[in-house]
Design a protein around this ligand. Sequence first.
Ligand SMILES: *[C@@H]1O[C@H](CO)[C@@H](O)[C@H](O)[C@H]1NC(C)=O
Ligand SMILES: *[C@@H]1O[C@H](CO)[C@@H](O)[C@H](O)[C@H]1NC(C)=O
Ligand SMILES: *[C@@H]1O[C@H](CO)[C@@H](O)[C@H](O)[C@H]1NC(C)=O
Ligand SMILES: *[C@@H]1O[C@H](CO)[C@@H](O)[C@H](O)[C@H]1NC(C)=O
Ligand SMILES: *[C@@H]1O[C@H](CO)[C@@H](O)[C@H](O)[C@H]1NC(C)=O
Ligand SMILES: *[C@@H]1O[C@H](CO)[C@@H](O)[C@H](O)[C@H]1NC(C)=O
Ligand SMILES: *[C@@H]1O[C@H](CO)[C@@H](O)[C@H](O)[C@H]1NC(C)=O
Length: 389
Amino acid sequence: MKLSFPLSVFSLLPLNLARQPTSKTDYTQASTEVLSKLMEYYHASPNVTAGLFDQSISPWWESGSIFETYMDYAKYAASNQFAVQVGEALVINSYDQAHDFFGTNHSYVSLVVGRWNDDVEWYAQAVAAGGELYGPESFMPGLSRRGNGTWISLVQRTIEEVYSYHTSDCGGGIYWSTDPSQYPTYKSGITQLGFISLASRAYLMTRNETLLAITEELFNWVVSSGMVNLTSGWVGDGVDTTGCAVHTDQWSYSYGQLLGGLSFLYRATGNTSYLEYTKPILATAISTFAPDGIATELCEADGSCNQDQQGFKAIFLRQLAYLYRTTEDTAVKDSIAAVVTQSATAALATCDGYWNCTGGWTAKTVDYPAFRSTHLVAAALVAAEGISR
Ligand SMILES: *[C@@H]1O[C@H](CO)[C@@H](O)[C@H](O)[C@H]1NC(C)=O
Ligand SMILES: *[C@@H]1O[C@H](CO)[C@@H](O)[C@H](O)[C@H]1NC(C)=O
Ligand SMILES: *[C@@H]1O[C@H](CO)[C@@H](O)[C@H](O)[C@H]1NC(C)=O
Ligand SMILES: *[C@@H]1O[C@H](CO)[C@@H](O)[C@H](O)[C@H]1NC(C)=O
Ligand SMILES: *[C@@H]1O[C@H](CO)[C@@H](O)[C@H](O)[C@H]1NC(C)=O
Ligand SMILES: *[C@@H]1O[C@H](CO)[C@@H](O)[C@H](O)[C@H]1NC(C)=O
Ligand SMILES: *[C@@H]1O[C@H](CO)[C@@H](O)[C@H](O)[C@H]1NC(C)=O
């Protein structure tokens, strides 16, 4: 049903399905409300946990992905509403003047603070989005906190730091942890898939051919290692270099990040093979994570998702929107639109009139804390905004 009033008119009324958004304008209005609500959980400068969302509920990496949600919104809505807070957050998390997500003491940050290669890639993807929005060579904001470089220089620095953990063990791939005491033999899938997306986006801004070469080589490795099967569209969790065995856990964000990465790799190369590969992967992703049309992490069925896993489907949905905006294939677009729209509808229905949400999108799922649910709803609405007209 088309809305006939701005959502804000109803913002003190309980939500119901009769006022679900349908147009891009509706989704923008709903996204604005939910993203504003989400900001209530953000710690601004000068608090000790400044630059982050509620750390009692949200792991560090997730804040990086949330900042990219705000970047998506800024693009889709052509809005500067959250630009100051998000720019400041990315400067704070890259240690202000150090302009580096690992700070000036890498071993302190990886060992003590616990930042891993995939973690910094979430932040760097938000920074890449900032480069796309504001110009790669423009300076990161010097707000109440001072940055020390451009958007693209922070992306490039992160790429080089992460790629320094690339080895030929088991034929290629980047190690997950930078801390030798934590999972030293694991090349997690998400680290590779995040890199493919990040480096493809950096290439599109710099035309640095080395970035494209290492990205295509890495993509070939995720296939040759058995972590991604392009025939069945199956995506595993990663490769343990002890025996080169593939770990088979299934996560929606792996599928999402690969679909988004292939979209950017196609944009970077013009090679339509990369878009062809998305078809079986998308089909498997939907039959696995949205068999009834609404995105659901497998671990939701028995309530076993940990804090990390609770946030995965937010990434899944946003990355589906990236593929939607890249492909011309109407069957692919239709399947994405069905999942994103149904998920956004189910997500929004869990919110009350104050935009406090519970996250139980399906009969199976358990309720989450309000912060977590608000993030998930925001991502679903922003993804829906990205695919709407
Ligand atoms: C800093 O933290 C205190 C206590 O948690 C809170 O009341 C205050 O609003 C925070 N300030 C900012 C700027 O986030
Ligand atoms: C700012 O960046 C410049 C150039 O990379 C560097 O020389 C300088 O040390 C940085 N400032 C701080 C305080 O880290
Ligand atoms: C960097 O951090 C590590 C781990 O806490 C510490 O052992 C080391 O002394 C630090 N190095 C410097 C130069 O501060
Ligand atoms: C191009 O990317 C490669 C790989 O990250 C890097 O080593 C090189 O310095 C980059 N070149 C420029 C001009 O930034
Ligand atoms: C990939 O999937 C196809 C189709 O399900 C299967 O026949 C093949 O064995 C799989 N390849 C690998 C390396 O697992
Ligand atoms: C496109 O990518 C595919 C798969 O990686 C590769 O086999 C093919 O040679 C590429 N085509 C061109 C024109 O580069
Ligand atoms: C719901 O939102 C209101 C207004 O922002 C807030 O005061 C309240 O604490 C929230 N309730 C829950 C359960 O989060």
